[in-house]
Design a protein around this ligand. Structure first.
Ligand SMILES: [Zn+2]
Length: 252
């Protein structure tokens, strides 16, 4: 799950803030019985992390590549179309509903205020997002491919593979372009669009219409020129890029 999905998750789980956990189950081995009878004080997102804050500690959920979750509030699903497969990692039951999490990495943070430990200026969706700092940090990797830099969570927290591919297509940038080969104007446009597209992703996710609006990720042909969309696993992160060779040329 990418940043916008996590921000949406934090919104969807807000009805549990102030509520006490009545029952805990799941196959996690981090000592989840610690959560029993605790009151959720806060739910927030940072990049790809979802955090549930309790009085003296917090639970950090990182969904990695395959993690997912579902929640019901007063019998109604609030999470819509998320897939559920296999035994859950964690199930939290409250008087007003329940949260179920699959295949995520869970970690306890021993702090009464996990928010203070996160730098929100790198979160692509945060009010504190600092595009100038992102630009500066991206330039520190002149030899890296832009596709790898966009996935760097210390620069663009919340950007995942879908956002990366769409932003590069929208800004007509080849995923293989080295940072040093990008014109300053182009790099600024990429940084700006990473945020703009992330908010669009959030709104499309909210109405379950993300997939049909993606322009390059998972597509077969280019909507601009009609040619084939290519796919390639590359870079130090070995993630897949979708791209049009005509609309996203590699700079000479
Ligand atoms: Zn094209």
């Amino acid at each position: 799950m990418e940043g916008p999905s996590i921000h949406l998750a934090a919104e969807q789980l807000r009805p549990f803030a102030g509520r006490r956990i009545l029952q805990v189950s799941g196959n996690s081995r981090i000592g989840i019985e610690r959560l029993r009878r605790r009151v959720v004080r806060d739910v927030f997102a940072w990049g790809k992390h979802l955090v549930l804050q309790f009085d003296t500690f917090a639970l950090r959920v990182h969904f990695l590549l395959w993690g997912t979750f579902a929640a019901t509030v007063r019998g109604e699903s609030v999470t819509g179309d998320y897939r559920r497969t296999g035994p859950p990692r964690l199930v939290l039951r409250f008087a007003n509903g329940e949260i179920t999490i699959w295949s995520a990495s869970l970690r306890f943070l021993d702090t009464p205020s996990a928010r203070d430990h996160y730098d929100f200026s790198v979160d692509i969706l945060s009010d504190s997002w600092n595009p100038r700092a992102a630009l500066r940090k991206a330039r520190r990797h002149p030899d890296a491919e832009i596709a790898d830099v966009l996935l760097d969570q210390n620069i663009f927290a919340g950007v995942g593979n879908i956002i990366k591919n769409e932003v590069l297509y929208r800004t007509r940038t080849s995923p293989f372009t080295r940072v040093r080969a990008l014109q300053p104007r182009r790099l600024r446009a990429i940084v700006k669009d990473a945020r703009v597209f992330s908010f669009r992703f959030l709104e499309l996710r909210r109405i379950f219409a993300l997939k049909k609006h993606l322009e390059v990720y998972g597509r077969g042909t280019c909507g601009r020129c009609g040619r084939k969309i290519n796919r390639k696993v590359h870079g130090t992160r070995e993630r897949r890029s979708f791209f049009c060779r005509v609309c996203q040329p590699v700079p000479a």
